[in-house]
Design a protein around this ligand. Structure first.
Ligand code: SAM
Length: 281
C-alpha cells in the first residue's frame, strides 16, 4: 500500500497553481449551458484543516496559500481575487484561514443540475475522509483506481468532458501511465478538456510524461510551470509545479499570466511562472 497523504501538503504553492488553473478552466466551461461531466481521477479528502497534525508537520501552506491570504485585501487581479473569495467562503471564521479546499470542493462548487461529477480515490483512509464531506448529490464518489475509471467512463453521455488527473507520483511508472491514459481518453473524446498536474523534481522524472505526450499526436496542450525556487541549492524535493491543459479554454493563458504576476511577487524573490504550448494546434 502506498503512503502518500495530501493532508501533509494541502495549500502549498502547487495546490495554488493547480486549483487556480482548475478554477479558471471551470469558470470558462460554466459560460455555456451544455452539460459537463467532470472526472477527478485522484480526489483526496476534499477539505483540509490546516490545524490538523499532518498539515502542522510540514506547514507547506506557509509557502503557498498563506501569503496570498494575508494579501487578499490588496489583490488587484480579478481571477486571483475571485479565487481567494472562494477560499474565504470555506472558512468557519471568515477572518482566519483555517481550512484549505481540495479539488472535489472546487469541482463541486460549480456543479449545475445538468452536470455530473465523479471523484475517484483509491485509498480507504482518504476515501473515508472524502465520505464525510458535504457534497452535492450529483457528486459520485468512486472507491477505486482513477485511471481505470477514466477508461471505463469515456466517452461520456454529456456533450462536454473535463478531467483532472492529479496523482501522487509515488511510483515512477505513473508518469507513463498518466500519459497513456490521456492519449486513450483523447482518442475517444477529442474535445475533452484534460488537466494534468506534475511535480518538477531533481530527478526530472516528469520528462517521461511530457515526451510521451509530445510524440503522441494529441494537439493543443498548454503547459504552465510555477517555480518556488530554481533547482539545485540546499533544499531537496519539489522545486516547481507543472500543469498541462489539453484543449485549454480561450483566454486561459492571459488570465493565468496576469494572476501569476501577483502570486509570484507574493511567493518570494525566487518564484517565477512560465507558460507555453507543449504542443500547438
Ligand atoms: N486532487 C486532490 C486535490 O487537488 O485536492 C489531491 C490528490 S493527491 C495529490 C493524490 C491522491 O490520489 C491521494 O489522495 C491518493 O490516495 C490518491 N491515489 C493514489 N493512487 C490512486 C489511484 N490509482 N487512483 C485513485 N486515487 C489514487
Amino acid at each position: 500500500m502506498l503512503s502518500y497523504q495530501h493532508a501533509y501538503h494541502a495549500g502549498n504553492f502547487a495546490d495554488v497553481h493547480k486549483h487556480l488553473t482548475l478554477y479558471a478552466v471551470q469558470d470558462h466551461l460554466l459560460r455555456k449551458k451544455s452539460a459537463v461531466t467532470y472526472i477527478d481521477t485522484h480526489a483526496g479528502r476534499g477539505l483540509y484543516p490546516l490545524a490538523a497534525k499532518e498539515a502542522l508537520k510540514l506547514q507547506e501552506h506557509r509557502e503557498g496559500i498563506d501569503p496570498l491570504w494575508q494579501a487578499r485585501a490588496q489583490v488587484s487581479d480579478p481571477l486571483l481575487a475571485e479565487w481567494l473569495s472562494h477560499v474565504a467562503s470555506v472558512q468557519p471564521d471568515a477572518a482566519r484561514l483555517s481550512h484549505y479546499p481540495g479539488s472535489p470542493w472546487w469541482l463541486a462548487r460549480g456543479l449545475r443540475e445538468q452536470d455530473a461529477l465523479r471523484l475517484c480515490e483509491l485509498h480507504p483512509g482518504e476515501h473515508a475522509e472524502l465520505d464525510t464531506q458535504a457534497l452535492p448529490e450529483a457528486a459520485v464518489r468512486v472507491y477505486g483506481d482513477g485511471l481505470e475509471e477514466l477508461e471505463r467512463r469515456v466517452p461520456v453521455k454529456t456533450p462536454r468532458l473535463c478531467v483532472l488527473i492529479d496523482p501522487s507520483f509515488e511510483l515512477k511508472t505513473e508518469y507513463q501511465a498518466v500519459a497513456d491514459s490521456v492519449v486513450q481518453a483523447m482518442e475517444k473524446a477529442r474535445h475533452a478538456v484534460i488537466m494534468i498536474w506534475y511535480p518538477l523534481l531533481p530527478s526530472g522524472a516528469h520528462h517521461t510524461l511530457l515526451e510521451t505526450l509530445k510524440g503522441s499526436g494529441v494537439r493543443k496542450i498548454w503547459q504552465s510551470e510555477l517555480f518556488l525556487r530554481e533547482p539545485g541549492g540546499e533544499r531537496h524535493g519539489m522545486y516547481a509545479s507543472g500543469m498541462l491543459v489539453v484543449n485549454p479554454p480561450w483566454g486561459l493563458d492571459e488570465r493565468m499570466r496576469s494572476a501569476m504576476r501577483e502570486i509570484t511577487a507574493l511567493l518570494g524573490n525566487e518564484s517565477r511562472f512560465d507558460a507555453r504550448w507543449l504542443v500547438e494546434e
